[in-house]
Design a protein around this ligand. Structure first.
Ligand code: CU
Length: 685
């Protein structure tokens, strides 16, 4: 009978450190806490992890020893697990019972009984580093674990926590990801890159500054005709280049705004289950921002009352200030109005400090006192709307019509325009303020000092995304447009002959013609939900490739259009072979039957044979003018593993590991053949 194996850490076996790391990472997902100064302790090497203390409690109690708890009180009974801070923390026992400190991980999810049992079992077993570890580890791969298959030990490759840590070669796409699938580290780097561009605003002549980049939209943007999509593709690329000049690893994420849980529910209402904005772009307070508020003169007793708000996300300042009011217990409208008049700007500064992707002149989903849907009945773009648009068959219908057949494209007209209106919104506080600056009522930008404090502290009638002239001053502009660009790319795959009119039209202020924009890949990026890369260090042949289990977030598991295993930079291989791909079958070998549910597919490699020429005949030649690459240059291989990944996930797998088995012409494993730079698992949207 065919059975499906889950990750190698089999349920009834003792967990290894990687399993504990994965478990903690899952519990901490979305937390912005610094874990009492310990940081993301689950990312530490095991020897360092064992030394971490939080709230004076060692995460792992010394083996067999006893520990003095202050005033000489008795050592708690029980085993090592029971004495360990990690177990107390995930169980919510003192001091992690919420009176002095919250549960561990701080700001994360509560552990299930099963999780707790895994952690306790691991500590009681003496905190094993790698349950699969063997003694034989070859030089270069020392840091990796090993796995034994058929008596031979092979390495288990680590998957990078962040795919951008992989050194992509020329000819490999960088990934623009679903913003909701980004790691905390990736978001931090994106925020840092935005901050760097904001900082350049001090030099108004510097074309790289955020304001100058936004000014390009103000002066040149193209909407309502065939140049809308090409122009914005270039604009995003040029902006991404500016970000990358400060953080080379940063790419522009997209906001899949028609996916769950965005926009109003089926009843047209926004309730607490619906979101107006990706969490990464929201306003939130941090411990640091409380310090900032204190330093800016907000009274200490008030700042203290704000502590429960730390880490809570707010899509707009309206909801944030409502929460502040509640936390401070201010009943009377007039009193709170006076409070805001005095302190609002200081709060806005503190929120901007904690998240450079948040923007105060943004009232998503708000339309005065109601929501856009309830008030003017515009429709938030639902998945069916996108399907309908993807089903259009001419560029005129999809992206916009020409001189001869002038018409707004539906992608431009409906989801795109609607998202500008939705994210900009109308400020509900506008009329309640004493003297609102009505800057945008007539789409007027004169007199504005973009990204200057007086501008960001103001209370305009509309959010900046509401107007063509001000839209890209709000950072949400980019993830919205990246999604529009992604939707165009998806449509292009199905309609390769659907071209915009006027291919020679120049997209000012740049020198690109419309035709230059048609192949998105020439800009060096692709769209994925999420990508995981395991680099293969060294140049030796990989006998068999086995990755560690890759923990998949619910958002990835729930929906993906395609899953692909990629073999990065495989040079000409001497012999022909099949490379079989298995998911969650870490010990697969040549004898593993192909009717197993864990078999995902294969790549056939056409062997190059021994060299027939003189020295250097088969060496890839360096790129030169007129010959950008060579036939012998390493290539990327892809294997579609969609069906297998879907099957295993539907059966409950929350993590997937990738195993490659190289089968030679004799149908036995060829362990001296495969060379490559890395293996990745990619989920496309
Ligand atoms: Cu736009």
């Amino acid at each position: 009978m065919v059975t499906t194996k889950r990750a190698p850490a089999v349920a009834d076996a003792v967990a290894d450190y990687a399993t504990i790391q994965t478990l903690l990472r899952r519990l901490a997902a979305g937390s912005r806490s610094d874990q009492g100064g310990a940081g993301a302790f689950w990312n530490l090497p095991l020897d360092q992890f064992l030394k971490v203390e939080i709230a004076g409690e060692p995460l792992v109690a010394p083996d067999g020893g006893t520990r003095c708890c202050g005033g000489g009180s008795a050592v708690p009974p029980g085993g090592r697990a029971e004495r360990s801070g990690l177990v107390k923390g995930v169980r919510g026992l003192p001091p992690f019972d919420g009176r002095r400190y919250p549960r561990l991980p701080f700001g994360g999810k509560a552990a299930s009984a099963e999780d707790i049992a895994v952690v306790e079992g691991w500590i009681e077993a003496g905190c094993p580093g790698d349950s699969l570890a063997e003694l034989e580890v070859s030089g270069k791969l020392e840091a990796l674990g090993t796995i034994e298959v058929g008596g031979a030990a092979g390495p288990v490759f680590d998957v990078l926590a962040d795919a951008s840590g992989y050194s992509y070669a020329a000819g490999e796409m960088r990934q623009r990801m679903d913003i909701d699938c980004m790691t905390a580290g990736q978001l931090d780097r994106l925020r840092l890159a935005f901050r760097e561009l904001y900082a350049l605003n001090k030099w108004p002549e510097d074309a790289r500054s955020y304001n100058n980049m936004a000014l390009i939209h103000q002066n040149h943007c193209q909407h309502g005709w065939e140049r809308f999509l090409p122009w914005h593709r270039v604009y995003l690329y040029e902006f991404e280049q500016q970000l990358q000049s400060f953080c080379p690893d940063v790419t522009m994420p997209y906001w899949a705004f028609s996916s769950e849980p965005y926009g109003p529910g089926p009843d047209g209402k926004m309730d607490e289950t619906r979101k107006a904005m990706p969490e990464a772009l929201n306003a939130f307070l941090t411990r640091d921002s409380l310090e900032t508020l204190l330093a800016s003169g907000v009274p200490a007793n008030e700042v203290k009352k704000l502590e429960p708000l730390v880490g809570m996300p707010f899509a707009a300042q309206t909801a944030f200030f409502a929460a502040v009011r509640e936390a401070l217990g201010i009943d009377k409208d007039a009193v709170f109005k006076a409070y805001l008049a005095r302190y609002r700007s200081r709060y806005i500064d503190a929120l901007l400090q904690s998240n450079s992707l948040w923007y105060p002149l943004r009232y998503p989903g708000q339309f005065g006192k109601g929501t856009i849907n309830s008030t003017i009945n515009y429709h938030y773009p639902a998945p069916q709307d996108i399907e309908q648009i993807q089903a259009l068959r001419t560029f005129r219908d999809f992206g916009g019509g020409s001189l001869y057949n002038d018409s707004f494209g539906f992608l431009d007209q409906n989801p795109h325009n609607t998202m500008h209106i939705w994210t900009g919104g109308v400020n509900p506080d506008h009329t309640s303020l004493p003297a609102p600056q009505d800057r945008n009522a007539a789409v007027n930008v004169s007199g504005r000092r973009f990204h200057r404090r007086d501008d960001l502290h103001s209370q305009p009638k509309f959010g900046d995304m509401f107007s063509n002239l001000t839209a890209s001053y709000d950072p949400v502009f980019w993830p919205v447009h990246a999604n529009v660009d992604r939707l165009w790319w998806t449509w292009q795959q199905a309609n390769p002959h659907g071209l915009p009119a006027g291919l020679d039209g120049v997209l000012t202020p740049w020198a690109y013609a419309v035709r230059d924009t048609l192949d998105m890949h020439r800009f060096g990026y692709e769209y994925v939900k999420k990508t995981y890369v395991a680099p293969v260090p060294g140049t030796a042949a990989v006998g068999r490739f086995a990755s560690r289990p890759i923990d998949l977030p619910a958002r990835v598991r729930k929906r993906f259009a395609k899953a692909e295993v990629r073999l990065h930079r495989v040079p000409q291989l001497m012999r022909s072979c099949f490379i079989r791909v298995f998911l969650n079958e870490p010990k697969a070998d040549a004898d593993t039957p192909l009717d197993r549910e864990t078999y995902a597919g294969y790549a056939a490699i056409f062997g190059h044979g021994p060299c027939i020429g003189g020295p250097g005949h088969c060496e890839p030649q360096a790129a030169r003018l007129g010959k950008p690459r060579d036939m012998n240059a390493p290539r990327n291989h892809r294997v579609d593993v969609t069906a297998c990944a879907r099957r295993l996930i539907d059966q409950g797998a929350k993590a997937l590991s990738v195993t490659l088995v190289v089968i030679g012409a004799d149908y036995r494993e060829d362990t001296e053949l495969l060379r490559l730079d890395g293996v990745s698992l990619n989920f496309l949207d």
